[in-house]
Design a protein around this ligand. Structure first.
Ligand SMILES: [Mg+2]
Length: 439
């Protein structure tokens, strides 16, 4: 039997009418604050803020806190007056909680489409091209209501032909009640782009903003309509990609699972200055344990580890010290014991007595899939270690982080972060779950 004949031009036209490329950017609203609110209904409609590590700056605000004029990134001490006067609820960041809720949101999103790029802890790009164009907005609304229903986290969703435009759409969605904006099917979006300031465009940082302002470009419409030759001559490839994307031509592909991350960083500032080697050793050990657990959970192994130490750059210049050391493993590994041993050897080399250290950290680099990296030298001992690591991970997952640890990680952890206002809720730890009283 003959099927109806179409020329290839007609075919692509037919399919493009219904199924053009559609990218959704799903962004959790005031994510850290939303996480804290989730288990504390008393916070509903109250001003709430979450502080960065060591209770330094304000990094998440509820709408009520924004309305009081509390700024993003503002140091806590500067906002303290407004906070006390208005009884703003303050929380230290609780990344165990945020990480767990983030995973729940991402898992929910994956049910709509496996083509997903997790862009940050509270943001993901989702390919919606398989849905018909005229349903884009409805699909967005459904995603939003299911994420809210299943996880309790409110989101804003922007849908458009490219990643850059989906960010623009999200910007608008944030300000409207439905929380969903689709630019799909709108012929001319110039009037929308005109209202987007140049520094609010994805990928345009402080330096570029200065450069564009100097050249009389203040909004997204101007950037979209600028000539390609000018932009290539006077700026760089990334800027011309942004301009193309504003025109609806997709240049920045979705980075899905296949392009896994290449390194894993764990570093933190100390709650107080640290001078002695023992305490540095404990912190580096505990970062190694976190890092190796993280890469194991993604079935990755590392080729090398870098350890760094530094004092505060704001101290007297004469006593600033900063040093790092990289060591390659004989065979790529995710074995906590080997990673800790290697890191401590590196630390020993870079540690100098007499300095007040403010920060240490580790980077596991050259990550690759652990199955693919099995080789001739893999032995029965390796399998035994692999099983040991698995049981450590399972135990810690069931009974809370660091139930099983290495003695090197220390017990007192006096160097730990300042977290004076933590909600102490850990949804991955049975004992730290919020308690609900039955009436
Ligand atoms: Mg957000």
């Amino acid at each position: 039997m003959m099927s109806p004949m179409y020329s290839s031009g007609e075919l692509s036209l037919m399919s493009s009418i219904q199924h053009t490329k559609k990218i959704a950017l799903v962004d959790c609203n005031s994510f850290y604050v939303s996480c804290e609110k989730l288990f504390n209904p008393k916070l509903r409609n109250k001003p709430v803020v979450v502080l960065s590590n060591n209770d330094g700056c304000i990094i998440s605000r509820s709408n009520e806190a924004k309305a009081l004029g509390i700024k993003m990134g503002e140091p806590y001490f500067k906002a303290k007056n407004i906070i006390i006067k208005n009884k703003v609820h303050v929380f230290s960041s609780n990344y165990a909680l945020y990480g767990d809720l983030s995973r729940r949101v991402m898992r929910t999103l994956k049910r709509f489409n496996s083509k997903i790029e997790i862009y940050s802890i509270d943001e993901a790009f989702l390919d919606l091209s398989d849905f018909p164009d005229n349903e884009a907005e409805d699909v967005g609304k459904e995603i939003r209501s299911i994420v809210l229903q299943w996880t309790g986290i409110p989101t804003s969703i922007g849908i458009a032909k490219t990643k850059t435009l989906s960010k623009v759409a999200n910007h608008i969605a944030k300000k409207i009640k439905s929380g969903v904006t689709s630019l799909i099917g709108i012929e001319n979006i110039d009037s929308i782009l005109e209202k987007i300031e140049i520094n609010d465009i994805w990928g345009v940082g402080k330096q570029l903003t200065k450069f564009y302002h100097k050249n009389g470009i203040y909004n997204a419409k101007q950037l979209k309509n600028i000539s390609n030759t000018w932009i290539k001559k006077s700026s760089n490839v990334l800027s011309s990609r942004t301009a193309m994307e504003l025109r609806g031509i997709s240049c920045i592909p979705l980075e899905t699972k296949s392009s896994k991350r290449k390194s894993c960083v764990v570093s933190r500032s100390f709650g107080k200055r640290v001078e002695n080697f023992q305490e540095l050793k404990e912190s580096v050990t505990s970062y190694c344990l976190n890092g190796s657990e993280k890469i194991r959970s993604e079935s990755l192994v590392a080729k090398s580890i870098t350890v760094f130490v530094r004092t505060s750059p704001f101290q007297n210049k004469g006593i600033y010290y900063s040093k790092s050391k990289t060591i390659y493993f004989p065979i790529a590994t995710n074995n906590s014991i080997e990673i800790v041993k290697t890191a401590l050897a590196a630390l020993k080399e870079i540690f100098k007595k007499g300095y007040q250290y403010q920060k240490t950290g580790i980077t596991l680099s050259g990550l690759s899939n652990s199955q693919e990296s099995k080789n001739l030298f893999s032995s029965i001992k390796d399998i035994k270690i692999e099983n040991l690591m698995k049981s450590i991970d399972n135990t810690n997952y069931k009974y809370g982080r660091s139930t099983l640890s290495l003695a090197e990680a220390g017990i007192n952890k006096r160097w730990n972060m300042k977290r004076n206002y933590s909600s102490k809720i850990d949804t991955a730890n049975f004992n730290s779950l919020p308690k609900i009283k039955a009436v």
